[in-house]
Design a protein around this ligand. Structure first.
Ligand code: FAD
Length: 499
């Protein structure tokens, strides 16, 4: 029998692919992983800087601490360091500095969030609007009860939602956004999310009886470009290409596909990562994939000689400046609506500081290191990825000056800057599942989760990953849970021996 013949093949060595392989191998189903990149982990990506700092370019929090299974396992293992960074959180405005409670902005923003949840959450798919348009509607409706400062600042504060997903408020769906809240606190991992991934790897070592898994159980640099099913042999054939262009075929009875939906939905064969299915994926799936968007959260770590920002706070949100068109239309009752965009706008010139939201996370608080992390949403994420430090530094310097109560000229130049590049990574194509106006998330996830009509209709192909999570959607633990759920289905199928 060919060594390329296995009971199951998993595509992708992110956390969902790894968990799938553990569960299948544990249940006696001989399984290998085929991974396009030359490294493990997918969107769990810890890098070590020259000064020895471990920085997470992908996931860094264990969210949903009320039920997060990765937190539970981390506690059992005792080797994951983390701290809860839901402490002091300050909000900064270009002109006002720290926004204090005198303006009673937070209750207004809370009311706007309630408006999103209880009013916009009831909108039909076709009536869906962007968060920006929803903010405008709220202000028009409630302006008699709001101060001038509240009308100007509250909608900009609402843009904090952009930092959850990574897309601009022109794109985010008012109907879908509030269904996205986390359950419980956020535990920020300080010794690298890779430790969590490695704990899973340890489990794989135990299951397969060797630590020598890369090359045998996990094959790197295998870019899957075709998946075929033979009616004659009743086998799935997965075709890969390595970085030298060599093609290799692997065969199996079962397949778990964990590639991000941003990759799965590619239609252009010439795009890196594109997978050609033969027979093609059913229309019930491909049509739904078209109706999904991907988000664009970005990270920029700044390392200094010593911290100069307030070290007693966890988070600092730099509120973008007032949208004059919005304020004017509220004040004059002008009948204005903004375009509900499907894709974030692209910045053709250097953005002016304070026009886009930036969330700073004080990494110093949990690690003692002189590091601060900026989270960005599109279009700033795309701008940072494609421009030099000199070009994007002024945007962050302005925010850092404000939170530290310094003149911009007093802000030291960072000694090291590390940025994420997920938008332009062909095997990620963004950060995680988005929620743009008009997205049909539930319908798409149902089509992919229930997928029975692929190949011979026996359920031998399953999809896993963050986007398919019922709980923890978009998150590492959500991805892990989909793997547990879908591999169990294959184990049941294999045990029934009915292929
Ligand atoms: C900037 C950022 C911040 C985040 N922050 C958090 C956070 O704080 N907390 C949290 O819980 N989550 C966070 N996430 C999300 C989290 O990282 C993901 O949900 C999780 O890592 C996804 O795991 P996965 O297995 O579904 O996908 P992936 O990790 O993407 O794994 C899929 C694998 O498939 C491979 N692949 C793709 N195409 C092919 C192909 N054609 N052939 C072979 N292999 C292929 C990829 O290389 C990849 O390794 C963040 C993500 C980003 C980008």
């Amino acid at each position: 029998m060919s060594t390329n013949m296995h009971s199951a093949i998993v595509i992708g060595a992110g956390i969902s692919g790894l968990k799938s392989s553990i569960e299948l191998n544990k249940n006696g189903i001989d399984t290998i992983i085929l991974e396009a990149r030359d490294r493990l982990g997918g969107r769990l990506h810890t890098v070590t800087t020259e000064s020895g700092l471990k920085l997470d370019l992908g996931a860094s929090w264990m969210h949903d601490c009320l039920y997060n299974p990765l937190l539970k396992k981390s506690i059992e293992k005792g080797n994951v360091k983390y701290y809860f960074d839901n402490g002091k959180f300050t909000f900064h405005d270009k002109d006002l500095g720290i926004v204090d409670d005198n303006h009673k902005l937070h209750p207004v923003v809370q009311e706007m969030s309630d408006y999103l949840q209880f009013v916009c959450g009831q909108l039909s798919h076709s009536d869906d609007v962007s968060v920006k348009n929803a903010a405008l509607r709220y202000l028009q409706d409630k302006k008699a009860t709001l101060t001038e400062t509240q009308i100007k600042l509250a909608p900009q504060l609402l843009r904090y939602y952009e930092m959850w997903i990574g897309s601009s408020w022109n794109v985010l769906s008012a109907r879908l956004i509030s269904g996205d809240a986390h359950l419980g606190r956020d535990a920020m991992v300080t010794n690298g999310y890779r430790t969590i991934y490695d704990n899973e790897l340890e489990e794989l070592y135990e299951v397969v009886g060797t630590r020598d898994v890369v090359g045998s159980y996990i094959k790197l640099q295998k870019v899957v470009f075709a998946i075929e099913f033979s009616e004659e042999t009743r086998k799935i054939c997965v075709k890969t290409r390595d970085y030298s262009g060599n093609v290799e075929s692997f065969y199996s009875d079962y397949l778990i596909c964990s590639v991000p939906l941003s990759v799965l939905k590619l239609e252009d064969k010439s795009e890196k990562g594109h997978i050609e299915w033969n027979p093609p994926l059913p229309k019930t799936i491909t049509s739904k994939l078209k109706g999904l968007s991907y988000s664009h959260l970005g990270k920029v770590f700044f390392e200094f000689d010593s911290p100069f920002w307030p070290t007693d706070a966890d988070r600092f949100f730099c509120i973008p400046q007032n949208d004059e068109q919005m304020t004017y239309s509220v004040q004059t009752n002008a009948n204005v609506t903004f375009d509900n965009l499907k894709i974030d706008p692209v910045l053709n010139r250097t953005p002016t500081p304070w026009t886009l939201p930036v969330l700073f996370l004080n990494i110093n608080r949990g690690t003692g290191k002189p590091v601060i992390l900026a989270l960005t949403s599109n279009p700033l994420t795309e701008y940072v990825e494609t421009h030099s430090f000199e070009e994007f530094w002024p945007i962050f310097r302005a925010g850092l000056a404000s939170i530290s109560n310094l003149q911009e000229s007093q802000v030291p130049i960072a000694k090291d800057v590390v940025k994420s590049e997920w938008n332009n990574d062909p095997y990620a194509r963004g950060s995680y599942l988005g929620c743009a106006v008009g997205d049909l998330i539930d319908e798409a996830l149902e089509a992919l989760t229930d997928a029975q009509d692929i190949f011979d209709g026996r359920g031998r192909v399953r999809f896993v990953g963050e986007a398919l999570a019922e709980q923890g959607n978009g998150c590492a633990h959500g991805a892990w849970m989909t793997a547990a759920r879908e591999s169990e289905k294959i184990v049941k199928l294999a045990n029934r021996g009915k292929l």
